[in-house]
Ligand binder design. Structure first.
Ligand code: AKG
Ligand code: FE2
Length: 345
């Protein structure tokens, strides 16, 4: 049955946001237009798109934008409105959506996770609230559920199609590579991150950056662990560019460009291609000034739960796996999730 989602209510608010335009995309981060794009047809555009993506993933930044990806802005604005309401709920109501058991899902309070620590690439708690959608979800109301189901369906299907393109561009056999099949027939996890306006010099108890001289961060430098990530970000009102990708030994700002999503590759895909394509690290900066509230909605696409880690040299995942010795990707993911919370806070 087709789900009806109300739209357009929130669009005016979108118009007032401080979006960047396409000319602000960094030079090594191409914007790929998927307009009218039929992922199945064999036309020139597909070849051009494949070539641009592969060049970017092999020799470029590993980050690209997509536009005209088939999700209406009116729907996205409604999705963000419904989701924003969750974060505005009273603390005790939000706490009812905290889920202590696996799989990782539901509401997560700010500073409770430490992405960088989880993958051994630093120690910097995530200064954002999160809400996660995967299986056996807990949610505030049916309107919310419908919006999130749809977001999951749409972004999962884009991810899958992009992965099919990448596989074909790499010349991989469509049938016989079981690891690739498990990657393509994967599962999604959607996480919405709400970064409150906590400038790096603020006395807010959630600001852990106050005493450090290093670059103030609200998420430490990391690569994603799945196969591909699609990120829909909204801009900071003060114009601050918060997301940065590590490109050629430096960090490059990835601004929120209206009507685009950011795409990057995770460790799993890098590993199964023998490092041929890269999982670019990235981090999220904290602003020195007020007006730095932002949101990011990530679809992490993971291989199917039976993706056989035994077929992969586990040293490839060293640093992530730690003491655990998982056989399948879902064991791996669950162990990562368990280790994810910053128990020192
Ligand atoms: O907030 C962002 O823009 C990026 C978040 C991110 O990298 C992640 O959750 O893995
Ligand atoms: Fe990430």
């Amino acid at each position: 049955m087709k789900k009806e989602i109300k739209t357009d209510i929130h669009l005016e608010y979108f118009d007032s946001m401080n979006w960047y335009n396409e000319s602000s995309a960094p030079k090594n981060v191409p914007i790929i237009d998927l307009k009218g794009f039929n992922f199945d047809s064999k036309n020139n555009d597909i070849e051009k798109i494949k070539a641009t993506i592969i060049e970017c993933l092999k020799n470029g930044s590993g980050f690209f934008y997509i536009k005209n990806f088939g999700i209406e802005e009116a729907y996205l604005s409604e999705f963000l409105r419904v989701t924003g309401e969750l974060f505005q709920m009273p603390k005790n109501e939000k706490e009812k959506l905290i889920c202590p058991t696996l799989p990782l899902r539901g509401y997560t309070e700010t500073n409770k996770e430490n992405t960088a620590l989880a993958i051994n690439s630093g120690d910097s708690p995530d200064i954002c609230m999160k809400y996660t959608w995967t299986q056996n979800n807990i949610y505030p109301n049916i309107d919310f559920k419908n919006n999130w189901d749809l977001y999951m369906d749409k972004t999962r299907s884009i991810s899958r199609k992009l992965l099919e393109l990448i596989r074909s561009a790499l010349g991989e056999d469509e049938k016989n590579n079981q690891l690739w099949n498990n990657v393509i027939n994967g599962e999604g996890m959607v996480r919405h991150l709400y970064y409150p306006d906590i400038p790096s010099n603020s006395e807010d108890p959630l600001n852990h950056n106050l005493s450090t001289n290093e670059t103030p961060l609200r998420m430490g430098n990391h690569s994603d662990i799945g196969s591909i990530t699609l990120l829909y970000q909204t801009p900071c009102p003060n114009g601050f560019v918060s997301l940065e990708a590590e490109i050629d030994d430096g960090f490059v700002g990835i601004p929120a460009i209206r009507n685009t999503m950011v795409v990057n590759i995770g460790d799993t895909l890098s590993i199964i291609t023998g490092g041929e394509i890269k999982a670019t690290k990235h981090r999220v900066l904290q602003s020195n000034h007020q007006g730095s509230e932002r949101t990011a909605t990530a679809l992490f696409y993971f291989p199917s739960s039976d993706f056989d880690l035994k077929k992969i040299d586990k040293t490839e995942y060293q640093g992530l796996i730690g003491k655990i010795n998982p056989n399948t990707f879902s064991d791996f993911l669950n162990s990562m999730s368990e280790n994810y919370c910053n128990k020192n806070l």
